[in-house]
Design a protein around this ligand. Structure first.
Ligand code: NAD
Length: 500
């Protein structure tokens, strides 16, 4: 089946048969292909060189025209949504609805970027000098390096690339070594759009395949002014000093440890649905997955009992099959990480429900799990770490201030939410002294952000913002320009500097 999907997307059998990077499907462990990785001996620098040349041409193309290329790319995505969504499922293991949803997110950001291509505005600022005009202009920045994680193998690139391209930048993408096929296919779709566009510079968008070493080379290259990196906090901590050492810019989208507060007034039905989707969706492998649940003591017992019933009925299985809600974990390391966290949780006083391996006889070479609910006595050490698996830690609380302290009491700061009908609690949650996260929702779960808003988190999540709002500014350089249209040369700050 993978051969048909790849063919439909324009990837030839030859391109995926002889490489050194062996791609296995998390669905059953079967080999999907072999992709050639780029050599660390010069290939990255070579591609960056092409990217610099492409940038110099692209930056002079009017932005609305650049938007036309992104519009055409969006059309390719629309026409190939089914095939690319299926490939996402085959390679990353998320259920087909989520694979399709990921491609929809790419389409949405393309639409957003096309509109944006006519809205890259600056300010005109009053000058203190007579006969002068001062203005702020946003100019293209240069090649943008995009390093992405396995769990959103194509959407994260699109969030970056669609904006970077309309902003006049070229793009070099290093996808996760676990998902090279979706990157290859996306690049093919981009190339089709480029052909329709007519005169896009060669090398405007390129892919470099490989692991950490290749990513490090991209990060270290002084010709790449911005590195947008999505992945674990561990990766961000290794990468940020490399970019900073050359005084480059980095946009970091790192690990989350997202929480929900369920207040006494909450609509428990809504909360239950939101919790289930956010905690077990994508098998707990979203950066915005719900990991910590703080429930008011008056409703704790009732809600936990309901969740256990709902969890017991969740269909775990092949993500390509209709009705499946939870697919496999990405690999054995993810499974081991989950089991290790559950043992720690037990040692720290947790009561674990679920969490065992599932469907082992049917899929001996894949790792399916029962999502776990862990009732914890306190927010202990294990809860402070992001374990990239479906583990939901639940803790009772007695007052709002305590719940807020618990929710903010971790090093990550990506997404957060509260379920309440109490307006004061809702307002306090989103106020300055409320949630310290980049995303704070009321009566909505922590995952599934819309592309219209800026996406990203605080603290060890890295501080980057992508996608909507004015995130585009990260992909441009700001220039303050003052024009003197008078016949005099008045100096700022009233300085007298007479040379006559
Ligand atoms: P990972 O950190 O293992 O890898 C991410 C990417 O970084 C890969 O392409 C990898 O090859 C590359 N990489 C690793 N070390 C590097 C280094 N030193 N220099 C340069 N590149 C390097 O992450 P993963 O397992 O693929 O993804 C899961 C993680 O990503 C989770 O922590 C999740 O929360 C996070 N994530 C965050 C967001 C967000 O928007 N905040 C979105 C998706 C995933």
């Amino acid at each position: 089946m993978v051969a048909d999907v790849l063919k439909a997307l324009g990837v030839s059998a030859e391109e995926v048969s002889r490489g050194d990077l062996i791609v296995r499907s998390p669905i059953d462990g079967a080999e999907l292909g072999r992709v050639k990785s780029d050599s660390p001996d010069g290939e990255v620098d070579l591609k960056v060189g092409w990217s610099v040349i492409a940038f110099k041409e692209w930056r002079e193309v009017p932005a609305p025209r650049r938007g036309e290329l992104v519009r055409l790319f969006g059309e390719e995505l629309r026409a190939n949504k089914e095939a690319l969504g299926r490939l996402v499922t085959l390679e990353a293991g998320k259920i087909l609805q989520e694979g399709l949803g990921e491609v929809q997110e790419m389409i949405d950001i393309c639409d957003f970027a096309v509109g944006l291509s006519r809205q890259l505005y600056g300010l005109t600022i009053a000058s203190e000098r007579p006969g002068h005009r001062m203005m702020e202009t946003w100019h293209p920045l240069g090649p943008v390096g995009v390093i992405s994680a396995f769990n959103f193998p194509v959407a994260v690139w699109a969030w970056n690339a669609a904006l970077a391209l309309v902003c006049g930048d070229s793009v070099i993408w290093k996808p996760s070594e676990k998902t090279p096929l979706t990157a290859l296919a996306t690049q093919k779709l981009f190339e089709r759009a480029a052909v329709k566009f007519g005169n896009a510079p060669k090398g405007l968008s390129q892919v470099i395949q490989g692991g950490r070493v290749i990513g490090e080379q991209l990060a270290a290259n002084p010709h790449v002014p911005l590195i947008s990196a999505t992945g674990s906090t561990r990766m961000g901590k290794a990468l940020a000093p490399v970019v900073a050492a050359r005084l480059g810019r980095s946009l970091l989208e790192l690990g989350g440890n997202n929480a929900m507060i369920v207040a006494p007034s909450a609509d428990l039905k809504l909360a239950e649905r939101a919790i289930t989707f956010a905690a077990v969706g994508t098998a707990g492998q979203r950066c915005t997955t719900l990991r910590r649940l703080f429930v008011h003591e008056s409703v704790h017992e009732k809600l936990v009992a309901r969740l256990k019933t709902v969890y017991g009925a969740i269909k775990i299985g092949n993500p390509l099959e209709t009705g499946t809600l939870v697919g496999p974990l990405i690999d054995k390391a993810a499974f081991d990480g989950m089991q290790n966290a559950l043992s720690q949780a037990k040692a720290q006083g947790g009561k674990v429900t679920g969490g065992a391996r599932a469907l082992e006889a049917q899929y001996p070479n894949a790792h399916y799990v029962q999502p776990a609910i862990v009732e914890m006595p306190t927010q202990s050490e294990v809860m402070r770490h992001e374990t990239f698996a479906p583990i939901l830690y639940v803790l009772p609380y007695s007052n709002f201030d305590e719940a807020l302290r618990l929710q903010n009491g971790v090093v990550q700061g990506l997404s957060s939410c509260i379920f309440t009908r109490d307006m004061q609690e809702a307002e306090r949650f989103v106020a300055a002294a409320g949630s310290d996260c980049g995303i704070a929702n009321v009566n909505i779960g922590p995952s599934g952000a819309e592309i219209g808003g800026a996406f990203g988190g605080e603290k060890e999540t890295g501080g980057g913002r992508e996608s909507g709002s004015d995130s585009w500014k990260a992909y441009m350089r700001r220039q303050t320009a003052t024009v003197n249209y008078s016949n005099a040369l008045p100096l700022a700050q009233g300085i007298k500097f007479d040379t006559e």
